[in-house]
Design a protein around this ligand. Structure first.
Ligand code: AMP
Ligand code: MG
Length: 591
């Protein structure tokens, strides 16, 4: 159980602080109980009251009860005073127990201080005192000091300390870190680099480059958590019924046939039963209703016969049957989702169920997409046969969108080094990462690679990969650039294999290795050693995987025909129908 203390000398204001904290914290939707230690007599020690007379007469325990509350009083009669732990164990589980007094125990505490009372600070020699609530400034203490009347601030502090609310988020506009200048440099002497080595190198170079912001949970689909999310309260918050039926106290029923009188009223979700169900009686209860006092077990409606006044059913019924315990799904204070998680619809359900209405997320990664090449034209804009319609830009912009990032259309630029440099200059102000396609080889018109080579922070990676030619990686004014091959098939494969996990890390998430499945091949293929190969592929109804008829990397129709990629290992391999191959559906690449 989460426990926090309020301590202080006489007249320091602890009872007032306790009272305000209980009101504040319950007002925020948490359940709070209190435990008070007194060195003097209690209110209930007032002579003359019935309870006092019963106890003085010698009763061991007195249970006082009314329609509004009950109170159990036990007489120690000289026995040792029970410890704090023993007292806490008597309480029904709640989100937080505030303890007044028990100064010598080691639970964390806030100390109330009123200067006029003139006492020395307890905090001076007691490390369990974690903060002061003082009516005067306390410049020479090293723990947080709140104003005695700053109930809100003290409540925030306590709730953070016990994990009921998230730790202070970093200031939202804190400048994000930058990648280091030489992050894409390959070790000297590396010529052709295997895919796995390239991935390992890329992974080691990547870091989150995004600042964070706080947004409503309902708008957070696809966003990446910037902090662990802690359950504000338990789910379910209270024990409740899992079915429609009748509830009763298990200890009071028979193993065999039972006919129990029904209490007036019923317990429904959102409309709790008021009062106590006496032993040997039952109450009508509906799914989701909080178990009324006196009910710990529910019998399913279908297993009963009921009249307006009685319910009959056959025992035995298991104790606690058809009920859900408080916190059986998630306990208040537990980490429900971790920093770095990309939020899916099911995650929004979990956060909402736990009362987390706002989340700290990373700002959306802006992915700039630029096409290069003299031959490129807008789709359908010309009939000149020398022109190629720009297929990569709509493809890569929509890939960024599918990944939950913000696509930024950087347009098309001709094979002109100055124009390209200018465009990259402005792109670096509009995007957090830039994907270019075309011009990445070593030919006359390959200005992208030429520009990259002029920049010391840029590198061409010759990756042992088919389809895929050199992949350019570098920083343009601090912004990472992926210079992809122009060929749409190679551009997509390089994007899925390299840009996807790298962008995920830059966006604040985890390195994303695609999930693949071993599936029997429906094709024959003989592959030479030396490079990894990706084939456009799709599943057949019989559970085997077929590949596109042509491996030509200009065949854009095969990308569209496919539903994923078959990944063939770096070494030589002979594949015959029925042999297992690794199939990675487009969905595993987040498409
Ligand atoms: P490059 O890498 O510039 O040598 O281009 C390789 C091939 O891909 C050439 O046939 C280009 O016309 C083609 N290509 C380059 N960019 C695109 C694009 N954005 N859309 C379609 N094809 C392209
Ligand atoms: Mg070109």
């Amino acid at each position: 159980m989460r426990v926090y203390g309020v301590t202080g000398w006489k007249n320091a204001g602890k009872t007032g602080l306790m009272e305000r904290l209980v009101a504040e914290i319950t007002g925020r939707g948490f359940t709070v109980s209190t435990l008070k230690h007194a060195h003097h007599s209690f209110d209930v020690d007032q002579p003359g009251k019935d309870s006092h007379r019963h106890r003085v007469a010698g009763a061991k325990e007195v249970l006082l009860s009314s329609a509004a509350r009950w109170a159990l009083m036990a007489e120690l009669r000289g026995a040792d005073e029970p410890t704090l732990e023993t007292q806490l164990a008597r309480l029904t589980p709640v989100d937080l127990v505030l303890v007044e007094g028990f100064k010598a125990d080691h639970h964390p505490k806030v100390e109330a201080v009123r200067a006029a009372a003139g006492h020395p600070l307890i905090a001076r020699d007691d490390s369990s005192v974690r903060a002061l609530a003082s009516d005067v400034p306390q410049p020479d203490v090293s723990i947080p000091v709140f104003d005695l009347d700053d109930t809100n601030g003290v409540a925030d502090f306590i709730l953070r300390e016990v994990g009921l609310i998230a730790p202070d988020p970093a200031p939202a506009d804190l400048a994000p870190p930058k990648l280091s200048n030489d992050c894409f440099a390959l070790p000297a002497g590396v010529d052709w680099i295997p895919v796995d080595d390239a991935l390992a190198h890329l992974r080691a170079s990547m870091a989150c480059v995004m600042a964070e912001e706080v947004i409503p949970t309902k708008d957070a689909l696809g966003r990446i958590l910037a902090a662990d999310q802690v359950a504000r309260r338990s789910n379910p918050p209270a024990p409740n019924s899992a079915v429609d039926g009748y509830g009763f106290d298990h200890a009071s029923i028979a193993k065999g046939a039972n006919t129990l009188p029904l209490c007036d009223g019923r317990a429904a979700a959102g409309a709790s039963f008021v009062g106590v169900v006496p032993p040997g009686q039952a109450v009508r209860i509906l799914t989701g209703a909080i178990l009324p006092a006196g009910v710990d077990t529910v019998v399913l409606e279908e297993d009963t016969n009921a009249s307006p006044t009685h319910v009959a059913f056959e025992g035995p019924v298991k104790p606690g049957a058809n009920t859900r315990k408080a916190g059986e799904d998630v306990e208040a204070g537990a980490v429900a989702l971790k920093k770095g998680q990309t939020l899916r619809p099911s995650d929004l359900a979990l956060l909402s169920a736990l009362g987390i209405a706002e989340v700290a997320v990373r700002r959306r990664l802006r992915v700039g997409v630029l096409s290069t090449g003299d031959e490129l034209a807008e789709p359908g804009s010309t009939d000149e046969i020398a022109r190629t319609y720009d297929a990569n830009r709509p493809m890569l912009l929509s890939v960024a969108d599918r990944w939950g990032f913000q696509p930024v259309d950087l347009g098309h630029v001709a094979d002109d080094r100055d124009a390209l440099a200018k465009r990259l200059d402005s792109a670096a102000t509009m995007a957090d990462v830039i994907l270019t396609s075309g011009g990445a080889s070593a030919g006359d018109e390959d200005h992208m690679s030429a520009l990259l080579n002029e920049q010391s922070a840029m590198q061409m990676w010759r990756i042992a990969l088919k389809p895929g030619r050199p992949l350019g990686l570098g920083l343009w004014q601090g912004v990472p650039v992926f210079a992809l091959p122009g060929n749409p098939v190679a551009a997509l494969v390089c994007t899925l294999i390299f840009a996807r996990p790298a962008c995920a890390v830059m966006a604040g998430g985890a390195w994303a290795a695609p999930q693949g499945f071993a599936v029997p091949a429906a094709f024959t293929k003989r592959k030479k050693p030396g490079r990894r190969e990706y084939l456009r592929a799709r599943m057949l109804a019989d559970g085997t995987v077929e590949t596109f008829a042509s491996e030509g990397s200009g065949r854009i129709s095969g990308l569209s025909w496919a539903e994923g990629l078959v990944e063939l290992p770096d070494g030589a391999i002979d594949i015959n129908p029925g042999d297992p191959v690794r199939f990675v559906p487009y969905g595993s690449f987040g498409l």
